[in-house]
Design a protein around this ligand. Structure first.
Ligand code: BV8
Ligand code: ZN
Length: 242
């Protein structure tokens, strides 16, 4: 299917796209943050105060994510990426790696990844998929300092190059699709507003409404796993030559 050369699609995903893979979301019933207030586990201060407690939280998520399979929504986006190539920019707030596991390439991980660890002293960074980690908290093999998960905690800056690419894509797209995010965390949520302010169409897939809903031309009040095949179909049509 001929796709209009210039028209680009940006997709922003959140924890909701991984819900049907069995991974907990953050907010809403049964959310991850329900029993662990954010301040307790996802800030640099929390890590400094009690690295073991923070590591137990991330170890539990690594354990869950290691057993999770990409679902139909991840697969639909991977297939779309194979059709659109560089005309699709996939941005995720998730750290579970399920988009990559489904075959998506060039995924922009705004909030980092559970699968990379970084030394708090020498800065050495490496992928480590060992579950469970042999020792908690893990220590750097080079200098012995504490390792941390390569995720972006509250109050921390997003990876500069990744954010810059995401903003650039949001500025230059015909369609911005938001899937499975409560759209409360910044600056990720604002990417949708950037796109919309530049004239992009804004579509949303979420069983619940979000602060972005009133800006959307189209919404699917469905789980992503059920909606994404149709959404991908409609998005491809919108990007086709008129
Ligand atoms: C920063 C860590 C600069 C990794 C996370 C304005 C500008 C800048 C900053 C701020 C600002 N306003 C406030 C801030 C501060 C803060 C922030 O946004 N606070 C919010 C809570 C008000 N932002 C920051 O601190 C960011 N840093 O801006 O640096 C700076 C520096 C210093 C001082 C000032 C500024 C860093 C943000 C990143 C924080 N790290 N995670 C991890 O452990 O995962 S955020 C955390 O929330 C996760 O990454 C998660 O991805 C993210 C967003 O949550 P969602 O993905 O949306 O998940 P949620 O559960 O909320 O929603 C799920 C949705 O899915 C629901 O709507 C549900 O209905 C839906 N759903 C459920 N089932 C399904 C479904 N949808 C589809 N299908 C289904 N089956
Ligand atoms: Zn080190």
């Amino acid at each position: 299917m001929a796709v209009h050369e210039g028209r680009r699609l940006v997709v922003l995903t959140g924890a909701g796209i991984s819900a049907e893979s069995g991974l907990g979301t953050f907010r809403g019933t049964g959310g991850l943050w329900e029993n662990e207030p954010v301040q307790a586990v996802a800030t640099p201060q929390a890590f400094a105060k009690d690295p073991l407690k923070v590591w137990r939280f991330y170890e539990a998520r690594r354990h869950q994510a290691a057993r999770a399979e990409p679902n139909a929504a991840h697969r639909a986006l991977a297939e779309l990426g194979r059709c659109l190539g560089p005309r699709l920019t996939l941005i995720t707030q998730n750290v579970d790696g399920l988009h990559q596991a489904a075959g998506s390439q060039q995924v922009l991980e705004l909030h980092g990844s559970l699968w990379r660890l970084r030394c708090t002293d020498c800065g050495g960074e490496a992928e480590d998929r060992t579950v469970p980690l042999p020792v908690l908290p893990p220590r750097c093999g080079l200098c012995g300092a504490l390792l941390r998960p390569c995720v972006v905690w509250f109050g921390e800056f997003l990876p500069e190059k990744v954010l810059a690419k995401a903003v650039e894509a949001a500025r230059d797209c015909a369609l911005f699709l938001v899937v499975g995010t409560s759209a409360v965390v910044e600056p990720a949520a604002s990417l949708a507003r950037v796109a919309e302010s530049r004239g992009a169409a804004l579509w949303e897939v979420n069983p619940e409404t979000t602060p972005l809903s009133q800006l959307c031309q189209r919404s699917w009040r469905l789980p992503a796993g059920e909606a994404m095949d149709e959404v991908v179909e409609e998005a491809s049509r919108l990007l086709e030559d008129p």
